[in-house]
Design a protein around this ligand. Structure first.
Ligand code: G3I
Length: 317
């Protein structure tokens, strides 16, 4: 086949994939592309495995949305990335506003990660166990986890995930770590510390929410710093947004930018795969978050391939 996943696998990568969301699965022209293993060998649920969706009240777990995506992956023969166990955002208020002792929050994290990862045991290639722990200046994000437990929440979650599914790869996932700088250095130092302490950590996810014309020139170098530690790396949430309306020039630049990003992963042996943060502008998160920006995906609103698609295939071929 000549789709993205077929090309990626022929080039030695584990997968080329995409995020999707439960509300999109009734759109048949959309699922015709999503379900095509030649295009996508891996899927990630954009929302339905997050804490607010899976443990809305303490000790009560709801897996219906996550199961729908996991079952789809199984039906399609696709790998599944689990997203995510511990994140400051999309937390139910019983967690974000909770007044916890350190011991109590440790129990909350162990129960959440252990139950979530355990529910999908054997079905998940890799889990984003920790999502977005750092501020852009490399300091730790001030959230209920850090404010209650300090940095210890990271090993607590990773160990619980490892115990729940010993075969899933355990990742820390973040954005703005693609370029050299304080945030990438903080992530590198965290991983080194975890390794020194014997804490399970297998990979680092680079989200890659980029802007057309602003793909960082040091991305490949940064990936290599992490693989040099014996970790795998992955591009976990790729999209490249632009100021609207799009022009032929901005779409051509976007094509180049997609090629540059995918080529960086191709050039790094330990970069196992690439995931789009949904493949079509029809369902991109970008316009609702960045006013006046959009068209970040390789397929347009009408599910037609854009020049960006050719940028990806040029790098994969
Ligand atoms: O489920 C409610 C629905 O009941 C309600 O009617 C509707 C009204 O706004 O909101 C729905 O929740 C939305 C949810 O997506 C599900 O569609 C939230 O408002 C919306 O904020 C949420 O956005 C998600 C965002 O994470 C939240 O931070 C995006 O879909 C999702 O793509 C995005 O994904 C994140 C990754 O997890 C981490 N990295 C960044 C990435 C992009 O922000």
């Amino acid at each position: 086949g000549s789709g993205l996943n077929s090309l990626a696998k022929a080039a030695g990568k584990v997968y080329f994939g995409t995020a999707t969301d439960n509300g999109e699965l009734s759109d048949q022209p959309y699922t015709a592309i999503l379900d095509n293993i030649n295009e996508f060998g891996q899927i990630t649920p954009a929302n339905s495995m997050k804490w607010d969706a899976t443990e809305p009240t303490r000790g009560t777990f709801t897996f219906s949305g996550g199961d729908q995506i996991a079952n789809l992956a199984k039906t399609n023969g696709q790998l599944l990335r689990g997203h995510n166990c511990v994140w400051y955002n999309q937390l139910p208020s019983w967690v974000s506003n909770g007044q916890f002792t350190a011991a109590d929050l440790t129990d909350v994290i162990q129960t959440h990660c252990g139950t979530l990862v355990g529910h999908y045991k054997g079905q998940v290639y890799s889990w984003d166990v920790i999502n977005e722990p750092f501020n852009d200046d490399g300091t730790w994000r001030s959230d209920v986890f850090y404010n209650t437990l300090g940095t210890q929440y990271v090993p607590i979650a990773l160990k619980a995930a490892r115990a729940a599914d010993p075969n899933a790869k355990l990742y820390i996932n973040d954005y703005n770590i693609e370029q050299q700088g304080a945030k990438a250095t903080a992530m590198l130092n965290l991983v080194k510390q975890l390794q020194a302490d014997g804490v399970p950590i297998d990979g680092v996810g680079f989200q890659c929410h980029f802007i057309v014309g602003e793909v960082p020139g040091t991305f490949q170098q940064t990936l290599e710093q992490f693989t040099a530690l014996g970790l795998e790396v992955a591009i976990t949430e790729l999209d490249i947004r632009m100021t609207l309306p799009a022009t032929s020039a901005s779409l051509a630049q976007q094509q180049k930018d997609y090629q540059t990003v995918v080529q960086a992963c191709m050039n790094v042996k330990g970069c196992v795969g690439i995931t789009l943060w949904d493949f079509t502008d029809k369902y991109s998160w970008v316009p609702s978050t960045f006013s006046g920006q959009g068209e970040a995906c390789p397929w347009d609103q009408n599910l037609q391939k854009k020049p960006a698609y050719s940028g990806i295939t040029a790098a994969l071929a």
